[in-house]
Design a protein around this ligand. Structure first.
Ligand code: NOJ
Length: 696
């Protein structure tokens, strides 16, 4: 290959709107290794034909696209999916996405996103798999398996791209693209951990992030890209930059100009440059001037060609004629099931839910009851795809005569009170009020950070108005992030948190409201009481004056606020059911665990209510003293138990000593003997506590 051809492979650009002679000539000349976006299948076919038949080396193009939570069928947003705690369903959803993509000639998706989300102001928390490294890694791995199947060369398989490597979720102040400072132990144990899991699941590529990480922007950061990803983890796939992230090394203050940015990007190990053109325009000059080792270019090109070979693009898959995929009817039941399993019941006073199946008149109110675009969430690949709204599903179920609908507000940000009178009249005429609150889709996702995370617009005022009717009120809240809504919560008999549930929001919500689905989702991100508590997450360190220590709790000089409780509004792992579960009889197979050995930990979980339901039992541990302080709790495993009324089953876990290791300040993985606590728990703030020792 010529140097130009190599640099061409290392370049990706957006799809052209039409295939001009200029673009054809460029493809013939090997100017591009990849295009991204989801355009016309015919265009793709023509472009691939030119690349594979009319270029000197006949190297196929690789087509990438952002398929984040579905393609022709939109599944719940990733944060919602994680709240299902069901990697099997998450993998199936990714597989459906891959099938649609493969039909359309898309070979590569820029998913899963596995940034740790500890700050609900950050709009992209919607795309994360929550705040926990273990759960994020588990869910990300499931997505990788779903996208990539048994083998990348299978006709239905597409390459996954783990993003954003690394630390992007730690953006200061929750402002998108902002700087991150992450000390070494935290970087490895929390922010890199899901990426390591995804790499071990075979993730074919990673995307270098936008953020500055400890003074070296991630897309020029040889430490994370070469030392950790390549050398320590043995990754041999592709690293693609985020959108113009190589060029952005300049405003970061890391590169002087585009030539410098190209040199730093390639040297750091970013194989392919997305959209900006610094590699192609400067690579040859840099090599000829002796400022860039040509072997680094060869290495990147090998990584890229290896992926193209692995995907089978040089074979039949490369020449397959793409077609437009249609939403598969088989995907809809899965979209419904995954939505149902991801809903989190936050409140249910006096069993307000499920609703009586013989309810006579239900008032349906709120900006999100009938907003198909908004229920789909922040990253929708097909805006024309199916979307059944709650209003239409409730009409189908109850019949028009049992429903009275008044929107109240035209969208979540609407400040006008013009619709309030109709909404109040509707509430007055009904037996119960179902109010659909939350955020429009555009309020979360990329570049959609908020400094206040209340219910926007006049939603709180609408709730105040409706409370005048004196009817039981039930809120269904659709959002892309945790919100602060304490005052609204007080006025509700029940709150069902649905996130943005995707195509089948309507049927899934309706099933749940009437008890055909029993909520089992558990939060994978902490809900704060107010913005001032952020960052707030369950796996924090303890401080020397912990707020919840019985010895210091009543003391003024403990780690708390004087104007709000220190604890979250809803903790990580929390979620109610229509029944109740009792945890009892915690058992550890031994009081000591030898390094290299394993310990069995179990507890009984009993369904004490009248409805069969699922419960996600969670195993947490804490090391009480170590060379580097350890979090007050860390999730190590979970299991889902299906329990009939009155039934008891054991939640059983095997804990290996290797699960107790952590990173030191030099980035080394160590395990230290000492005392541990262990919990089997329904959430991160409660549970049965035991104790064991790790011994050499
Ligand atoms: C920027 C986003 O950060 C990234 O997630 C996405 O894959 C690229 N744009 C391409 O659209």
């Amino acid at each position: 290959m010529t140097l130009e051809e190599k640099l061409g492979q290392m370049s990706q650009t957006g799809f052209p709107h039409l295939l001009s002679d200029k673009v054809k000539d460029e493809i013939r000349a090997g100017r591009w290794g990849s295009f991204y976006g989801q355009y016309d299948p015919n265009l793709k076919a023509e472009m691939q034909h030119v690349a594979m038949n009319e270029s000197r080396l006949n190297i196929p193009l690789i087509f990438g696209a952002d398929l984040i939570h579905g393609f022709r069928t939109t599944f719940p947003i990733p944060l919602a999916q994680s709240c299902s705690w069901r990697p099997d369903l998450v993998a199936q959803a990714a597989h459906f996405t891959a099938i649609d993509a493969a039909i359309e000639g898309i070979h590569w998706t820029f998913a899963p996103m596995m940034d740790i989300g500890r700050d609900p102001r950050w709009g992209r928390i919607a795309e994360t798999l929550g705040e926990d490294p273990f759960l994020s890694g588990t869910m990300a791995s499931a997505m990788v398996q779903g996208f990539q199947g048994q083998s990348l060369s299978d006709p239905d398989s597409i390459a996954a791209c783990g993003k954003h490597y690394a630390g992007y979720g730690a953006a200061e102040a929750g402002r998108d693209y902002n700087t991150t400072w992450i000390p070494e132990p935290l970087l490895h144990d929390v922010y890199l951990a899901p990426f390591f899991a995804a790499k071990n699941a075979g993730c074919a590529s990673f995307m270098s992030a936008f953020n500055d990480l400890n003074g070296v922007p991630a897309s020029g950061n040889a430490y994370i890209l070469r030392d950790v990803l390549r050398k320590e983890w043995g990754f041999d796939g592709v690293v693609v930059s985020d959108y113009e992230a190589v060029k952005e090394l300049i405003p970061h203050g890391y590169a002087a100009d585009e030539r410098d940015a190209a040199r730093k990007g390639i040297t750091a190990g970013v194989d392919m440059e997305m959209v900006s053109r610094t590699y192609f325009e400067n690579g040859a000059n840099l090599v000829n001037a002796g400022q860039l080792d040509p072997h680094l270019i060869d290495e990147s090109v090998r990584n890229i060609l290896r992926l193209k070979f692995r995907l089978g693009l040089f074979d039949a898959k490369g020449t397959r004629i793409p077609q437009r995929a249609k939403a598969s009817p088989d995907a809809l039941p899965l979209a419904r099931e995954l939505a149902e399993k991801s809903f989190v019941l936050l409140k249910n006073d006096r069993s307000a839910l499920p609703l009586s199946k013989s309810i006579n008149k239900l008032a349906i109110i709120g900006p999100l009851a009938d907003s198909p675009r908004d229920q789909l969430g922040c990253w929708v690949a097909d805006r024309e795809g199916p979307a059944i709204t709650p209003l239409s599903a409730l009409r189908d179920r109850l019949g028009e005569s049992h429903i009275i609908y008044a929107q109240g507000l035209s969208n979540s940000e609407d400040e006008s009170h013009d619709g309030f009178a109709d909404a109040l009249a509707a509430a007055r005429s009904a037996d119960a009020v179902l109010i659909f609150l939350g955020e429009d889709a555009a309020l979360s996702g990329e570049a959609s950070s908020r400094s206040q995370i209340n219910l926007p617009g006049a939603q709180e005022a609408l709730v105040d108005e409706l409370s005048k009717a004196g009817k039981p009120m039930i809120a269904v809240i659709m959002a892309g992030r945790p919100l602060v809504f304490e005052e609204v919560a007080k006025k509700m008999s029940a709150i069902l948190w649905t996130w943005h549930p995707g195509a089948m929001a309507g049927p899934a919500i309706t099933d749940t409201l009437f008890g055909d689905n029993v909520p089992s989702g558990k939060l994978t991100v902490t809900f704060p009481r107010n913005v001032g508590q952020i960052p707030i997450y369950y796996n924090h360190m303890n401080t020397g004056r912990p707020a919840d220590d019985p010895g210091t709790a009543e003391k003024h000089y403990s780690s708390r606020y004087i104007d709000v409780d220190y604890s979250p509004e809803y903790p990580f792992g929390f979620g109610l059911s229509y029944t109740h579960f009792q945890y009892s009889n915690l058992r550890l197979s031994a009081s000591q665990l030898k390094m290299g050995g394993a310990l069995d930990i179990s507890a009984d979980v009993t369904n004490t209510g009248k409805i069969a339901a699922d419960e996600t039992a969670q195993l947490y541990i804490r090391q009480l003293a170590a060379t580097y302080t350890q979090p007050v709790r860390e999730l190590k495993a979970f299991t889902i138990l299906h329990l009939q009324p009155g039934e008891t089953k054991a939640a059983h876990f095997t804990l290996n000593s290797s699960q107790l290791s952590f990173h030191n300040a030099a980035g080394g993985l160590i395990t230290e003997a000492g005392d541990f606590q262990a919990w089997i728990a329904p959430d991160s703030a409660s549970g049965l506590q035991g104790h064991f020792q790790l011994i050499p």
